[in-house]
Design a protein around this ligand. Structure first.
Ligand code: FAD
Length: 397
């Protein structure tokens, strides 16, 4: 007889949530993690306040090779279910922007809540436990660890993606998936700042810290949020969001003035204040040092009186500002990425239970799978929803 009904590798968001549901019917559940602490990413998320879900979370907010896969789990465990749990623990929260819910106090409350949910139903958590190897024999998973061998009927892979190795991210989840015959859709860093080519980096280096609202677009994605110039490139929510849609080598389309039409503004200025200079008109929309940097970059004659601006100049300022083709050099990579795009191929996993369709008793939940949410609480909602789907399936066995 195996030691456990289910062993979950990863005491992060998905693993802890899954354990609480799996053990609720008396099943013997063990969560293993090599880290010293549970939920390390939760602790630092949202600047220490954890953006734990989003009021508007829906399948459209997720990227996957199979966009239908996430629908069932998200419908069965919604943002309202998690809000209900948070409320039951008396954790105060607020909406910051765009439906993003944060703790008023500390992300630690979310981790403590998840751990309490586990211990209340008798799920065990073993930290500082290195996974040496896993094999499957006679209907049992044998997990060889630095604390000895554990045997279980079911194995849940909840060890996340590759982002932020210094927080304990490793490729173990993908390795286990491949060991049991699963394919991995190509992975890359997402929700990540862009780096720029040297010439662009130098042109905007002085702007580090300047933030403006933009619309950033690439492929099927378009986001109207803030863009932040950094000393290495561009960041801010608009850039993090669009990084999930961008492909290396491509240009982003950035509209630096989404709320106005600059050609209309210049033409109106020509009527109303013909002696005003182009530079002073642009300063009505942008900080002075941004106007100067953009003018140097695109060679705009800032001293030109509006009356003397040719249609050709107006059109080029319009195209520069509204359809900037910004070609990043790359991204800052997994070191700073919030998530990993791609992962275990969801076409080989049941969307109802998260169980492998190739290997009996093997489950995948959370970020290790090819389901990636937008910035704004969507990734945790996926961890909760997929954890619930697997946890309830295990509990009902
Ligand atoms: P994780 O939470 O990463 O948990 C995986 C666990 O597996 C970890 O505890 C890890 O130690 C363990 N593990 C990994 N490898 C091994 C191994 N070899 N052996 C044993 N254990 C192992 N999402 C949001 O929705 N809102 C936010 O505010 C937010 N902020 C973020 C901020 C930062 C800085 C980062 C990096 C991410 C943020 N995210 C946010 C994304 C979110 O944290 C993840 O999508 C989510 O934690 C994924 O849950 P998971 O359980 O799949 O993986």
């Amino acid at each position: 007889m195996p030691d456990y009904d289910a062993i979950i590798i990863g005491a992060g968001a998905a693993g802890l949530h899954c354990a609480a549901f799996a053990a609720a019917t008396g099943k013997r559940v063990l969560v293993l993690d090599h880290a010293k602490q549970t939920g390390k990413k939760i602790l630092i998320s949202g600047g220490g306040r954890c953006n734990f879900t989003n009021l508007y979370a829906a399948p459209e907010n997720y990227l996957s090779d199979n966009p239908h896969f996430c629908k069932s789990a998200l419908a069965r465990y919604t943002q309202w279910d998690f809000i209900d749990l948070v409320s039951r623990y008396g954790i105060a929260y607020h909406e910051k922007t765009l439906g993003q819910l944060f703790c008023d106090d500390s992300a630690k409350q979310i981790v403590n809540m998840l751990v309490s949910e586990c211990t209340n139903v008798g799920a065990e958590i073993s930290l500082r436990t290195e996974i040496i190897g896993v094999d499957y024999q006679q209907g049992q998973y044998r997990i060889n660890t630095s604390k000895g061998e554990f045997r279980s009927t079911n194995l849940v892979v909840a060890c996340g993606g590759l982002s932020m190795p210094k927080l304990g991210a490793t490729p173990l989840g993908y390795q286990l998936a491949e060991q049991f015959g699963h394919s991995i859709t190509p992975v890359r860093a997402a929700l990540v700042p862009f780096t720029l080519h040297d010439q662009d980096k130098q042109a905007f280096a002085e702007l580090s810290g300047v933030s403006i609202p933009v619309t950033a677009s690439a492929n099927d994605g378009s986001f109207h949020e803030a863009m932040l110039f950094t000393h290495r490139g561009v960041s801010g929510p608009a850039m993090l969001q669009i990084s999930s849609y961008w492909q290396p080598g491509e240009a982003l389309t950035v509209n630096l003035l989404p709320s106005d039409d600059i050609s209309e503004a210049i033409k109106q200025g020509q009527q109303q204040q013909p002696k005003a200079q182009l530079g002073s008109l642009l300063q009505q929309y942008f900080p002075k040092r941004l106007v100067q940097a953009l003018a140097d970059y695109w060679q705009w004659p800032l001293q030109q009186r509006l009356a003397d601006c040719s249609n050709e100049l107006i059109n080029s300022v319009h195209d520069n500002l509204h359809q900037w083709q910004l070609k990043p050099n790359g991204t800052e990579g997994y070191r700073t990425a919030e998530v990993t795009l791609g992962g275990v191929n969801v076409n080989e996993i049941s969307s109802k239970t998260m169980e492998s369709t190739l290997q009996s008793g093997l489950y995948f939940i959370g970020e290790v799978m090819d389901v990636t949410g937008w910035l704004g609480g969507y990734n945790f909602q996926w961890a909760w929803a997929s954890g619930y789907a697997a946890g309830t399936a295990l509990a009902e066995q």
